[in-house]
Design a protein around this ligand. Sequence first.
Ligand code: SF4
Length: 404
Amino acid sequence: MTSLNFKTLSFKKEGDELIVTLLRLFYTKIPLPELEKIGKFEIKDAHTIVFKNIEESRAEKKFSFLLAKYFEDLRNRLTNNSTTYIHKNSGIPLIGNVSFGIVYRNSSIIEIKPITSCNLNCVYCSISEGLESKKHDFVVEKDYLVEELKKLIDFVGEKVEIHIGVQGEPFLYGDLEELIADIQKMKEVTRISVDTNATLLNKETIDRLSKNDKLQLNFSLDALDEKKAKEIAGTERYNLNQVKEVISYAAEKLNQTLIAPVIMQGYNDDQVENIIQFVKSLKDQPRLGFQNFLTYKTGKNPAKVRPWKDFFKTLEQLEKKHDIKLKLSKEDFSIRKTKELPKPFAEDGLITARIKCPDRFPNTSIATAKDRTISIPNCPFKKDKIVELKIFRDKHNIFNGRLV
Ligand code: SF4
């Protein structure tokens, strides 16, 4: 009898299929006859599958093969979007793409992105993420991300902040607390900042997170009027009271918190003073950093951009009126220039690469070469196809290439 136990996977039989869930959000279905070919089996508990009459190494090998086969059809439970699991053996490097892995812009803030996907549908979302997203998703193995991050931090050779700012809501990532705990242990890391919409948090999560003294949560809070808050979040399920409770509890329990509302003309500019008053009413006052709404090529863009001069003038007036600091600068975030990471290829260069998975948008693919990924627009996904590419973007080791 062989018992295979997986921390990040859970199993459930449904009809003639085994539903395999990865990190709580992603799933695939394996037909039971496929598993029976390995041997008679039973689901011992949610994380354990037991095969009878087969030795451990053979069971492990055959089951891993089945998982790899059916993970090709991994789906996101929220949206049913197709998803790629990026792990140590996937052959997909973590540097090169802006939506997953590691983004290093030669500054003391290193961004890491373990997941794409969001449980809200904000009207202003700059990446059009959310419950109605039709994009391809990514989820990254935690240990792979930590290993690659350590290598980069060793290369940088100085103190850094790790910023978990994903295309979506990071607390949808089933291993986020473990990821934060691993980064907390890295002596070169001075701060771990996480952008969150707060909807998946509660007092118990904050209590657990408060063990990480380097952690800073950056909350979005765009309105204090319930109707308006739901309208901006794009879903009736948005629970403003819960979000306010989480923010107020986190402000007490964590060393650092920031509230970062996005202000849009005609949507929530009437909410600014309420938000200031709410922040000032908290026992432990978080920093407040209003953001001017900007339009983006891939964003939902519901309003016009307010001229920066007007925006800063309003902040100055509000600072005086409410005796609160509102204008945050680069210095407030301690951003420094750091060592440049070499680029294995440069703009206009011709390279040969291997297609590994779809990219976020339809008809786009991701290829790999020299420990980097390259995004290719207008390129249907064909696994392991070898392609010739002309690089047309190489900034900060984020690569785009055209088929030649
Ligand atoms: S919470 Fe963030 S990622 Fe999610 S829809 Fe809103 S703006 Fe987009």
